[in-house]
Write a protein that binds this ligand. Structure first.
Ligand SMILES: [Zn+2]
Length: 690
């Protein structure tokens, strides 16, 4: 039982009066969360009940505005909790997450299945043209109405009860899914001796040495299942046996038997999602999910993907032949396998463009790339970023105050860039506070969380060109949050259509490739010299290299996702069999594996932010779990940046508020020609290996 005295001492429930209104991280303990959630949930419940029971006729103010102002304590605590659960978790935080996930789902059910509340919203929606609302207010009302209908507010009581049970179960399963993947990632390290490092450049050796130290093997070298560690090894190690070993461990996360095996969870989640969609009047979950996105239908998404797939496979086949020829030239007598692809591609890149990763990497210092991202934002938007010394949740996270061209405070940006065992894999943008003007001039606190290799003490952190692109990509999402300018919290930051949300980030990453930026900020870590024009030209010339592979790798994920969530029969789903047969149907190239196989496909199952809609990121891997947030805000999955290159997005159609169908539907394919690196319902973005 919660003692009133302990509530008084709970820092989550006191006013946060520190700099920028940040949470007092240093005094918050895992045991503070459950009583704080209990209090916040009770407060929000009372607020909702009061709105629903209001005797006055529904008005925009007494219903929508009141909803928008409700749940502030719950938002504050949820934001704080899910930042920790993604970026710096622990056994205690994971236990709280398992404990509160079904509670939050139950709370969301109580909100969205409240008949009296829905009746008020539906009444307002019917009279929306007579209410004198401005454009933003109409949008907020539309979104509330759609949200309640899609949550089942208009269903009969038995259907609602079943839906509520499904939602709670799905919340628990989603939490478990993400924790299982993290457990597999934490428990594995390939520990190596000096003699096992053939082919590895100095920076990869230094990173492996630092990881071994962190994992308790000083003096040795370790490769983990973090993408930056594992991919680097696959790219450079000439030890084919070790490449196979690490690759196998990497692609079997979540299917190793025992307590962390995700296959049974997936089968149950797919079955529950299908049932939920049927209760809501849709043929399957893919129809349900896409109905509220710009793509509108699985058929539209599929048509776009098929077009990409056909061309990507042709390109990948040609790339495979070239790599196989390279093996033959070296006297190798084996067929190219998935654990060989990156290694021979790197060799070929070196031969063809006289360029290897080891030559480029010293020019991409993390600090310089952060500076470059900031300087680009200054020139584009007049923003400045000043480091501020404030206590955060981990020493590797750093805060910057953001101001506009007139010196006015815009918000706070927090960058947390290094991989660690307590962090979920991937890269994402999230927030501790979103911008809004309804309750005052509320300024945002936005985070970018990545998983770059941490250097040994005293050495510079070096990025690959692809890592640098991920940094710019996530920073594009961060700017979306920082430059938000809305009145209503529901629409803040990245709360846009989920197949639109990648646009700012995909655009921003292109600024990295502007020669002016590279010449100024890509400076050698030892000499300080800028990249020579010749090296810069060669680097930029490689942008389309190996893009068949990259595009196949992630587009396969989108196609399998669509198939899985459109299944007519889900009762006897065998995950491995389904995945294998789905890949056979699309004729998956044999030497390429899905960028995210189903048992660790966190975009789809850790909260489900991307399920049946992975097309919106067109594949960049994003692997952080989706926080199952309660409250009025939509769940916000992580937007990790797909690793491949092509961006598929749909134009934003004008939507008919009544029929919820686009007026003038249209779609565009914007295909990136360069390689590029997680996101869902609305306010945040998580990125990593999709
Ligand atoms: Zn993204």
């Amino acid at each position: 039982m919660t003692h009133p005295q302990s509530l008084l001492a709970n820092p989550l429930l006191t006013e946060w009066t520190g700099a920028f209104g940040l949470p007092p991280f240093e005094s918050i303990k895992p045991e503070h969360f459950r009583p704080a959630f209990d209090r916040a949930l009770a407060e929000h419940r009372a607020e909702i009940d009061a709105i629903a029971a209001d005797k006055a006729a529904p008005s925009f103010d007494n219903t929508i505005v009141a909803l928008e102002k409700s749940g502030q304590l719950l938002d504050r605590i949820s934001n704080m909790f899910f930042v920790l659960a993604g970026a710096h978790t622990s056994d205690e935080i994971e236990a709280v997450e398992r404990d509160i996930s079904p509670l939050l789902a139950r709370h969301n059910n109580a909100l969205h299945l409240n008949r009296a509340l829905y009746a008020r919203i539906a009444d307002l929606q019917c009279r929306r043209e007579m209410l004198g609302l401005d454009v933003e207010q109409k949008r907020v009302l539309d979104r509330y109405h759609i949200r309640f209908v899609r949550a089942g507010a208009a269903l009969d009581k038995p259907a609602q009860d079943r839906l509520a049970g499904i939602n709670e179960k799905l919340a628990s399963l989603g939490t478990q899914f993400g924790q299982n993947v993290l457990a597999d990632e934490k428990s594995y390290a390939l520990v190596l001796e000096e003699g096992d490092l053939a082919g590895l450049p100095d920076f990869a050796r230094a990173a492996a040495r630092a990881v071994a130290e962190e994992r308790g093997h000083p003096g040795k070298y370790a490769i983990t299942l973090a993408r930056s560690s594992c991919e680097s090894f696959l790219q450079f190690s000439s030890r084919r046996d070790l490449r196979e070993k690490i690759f196998h461990a990497w692609i079997t996360r979540g299917e190793n038997g025992g307590a962390t095996d995700n296959r049974a969870l997936i089968a149950e989640m797919v079955r529950l999602r299908a049932e939920r969609a049927r209760l809501l009047g849709f043929a399957n979950y893919a129809d349900y999910r896409l109905d509220d996105q710009m793509a509108k239908t699985p058929q539209a998404a599929r048509a776009l993907l098929d077009e990409v797939w056909r061309r990507a496979c042709a390109k990948a086949d040609a790339e495979r032949d070239t790599l196989q020829a390279t093996i033959a030239q070296e006297g190798g007598n084996f067929a190219l396998e998935a654990w060989d692809w990156r290694y021979y591609a790197e060799k070929l890149r070196k031969a063809k463009f006289d360029l290897d990763e080891a030559e480029i990497k010293p020019y991409f210092q993390l600090d310089k790339m952060i500076e470059a991202a900031f300087e680009t934002a200054r020139r584009l938007f007049g923003l400045t970023f000043t480091p501020v010394n404030v206590p955060l949740y981990h020493p590797d996270a750093h805060a910057y105050e953001v101001k506009d061209a007139n010196g006015r405070h815009v918000g706070l940006f927090i960058g947390d860039y290094f991989a660690r065992a307590s962090k979920h894999s991937g890269a994402w943008m999230t927030s501790l506070r979103d911008q809004e003007k309804l309750t005052g001039d509320v300024r945002p606190i936005i985070l970018n969380v990545c998983n770059f290799n941490k250097p040994a003490a005293g050495e510079s952190a070096l990025l690959s060109f692809d890592d640098a692109r991920t940094l710019f990509h996530e920073f594009g999402h961060a700017l979306h949050g920082l430059l938000s300018n809305v009145t209503y919290p529901l629409l803040a930051g990245a709360a846009v259509s989920s197949d639109f949300v990648e646009l700012p980030s995909q655009l921003y990453e292109h600024w990295l490739e502007v020669p002016e930026i590279l010449q100024k900020y890509a400076r050698h870590t030892v000499t300080g010299e800028p990249m020579s024009q010749m090296l810069l030209d060669r680097l930029l010339a490689t942008r389309t290299f190996n893009q068949g592979f990259a595009t196949v790798e992630y587009t396969a994920c989108a196609l399998v996702d669509l198939d899985l969530h459109a299944l007519p029969e889900t009762a006897r789903l065998q995950v491995n069999t389904f995945e294998r047969e789905a890949l056979e149907r699309i004729k998956m190239p044999s030497a390429i594996v899905m960028r995210h196989r189903l048992p660790h496909f966190q975009h789809l199952f850790s909260g489900g932010g991307y399920a049946a809609s992975i097309t919106r990121t067109c594949g960049r891997k994003c692997s952080t779990p989706t926080p199952s947030r309660p409250s009025k805000k939509p769940a916000t999955p992580s937007m990790r940046r797909p690793r491949g290159a092509c961006v598929i997005t749909f134009t934003a159609p004008e939507t008919c508020a009544i029929r919820r169908r686009p007026i003038k539907p249209s779609a565009v394919v914007c295909r990136r020609s360069t390689r590029c690196s997680r996101s869902a319902a609305s306010t945040q973005c998580w990125h990593d290996p999709v």
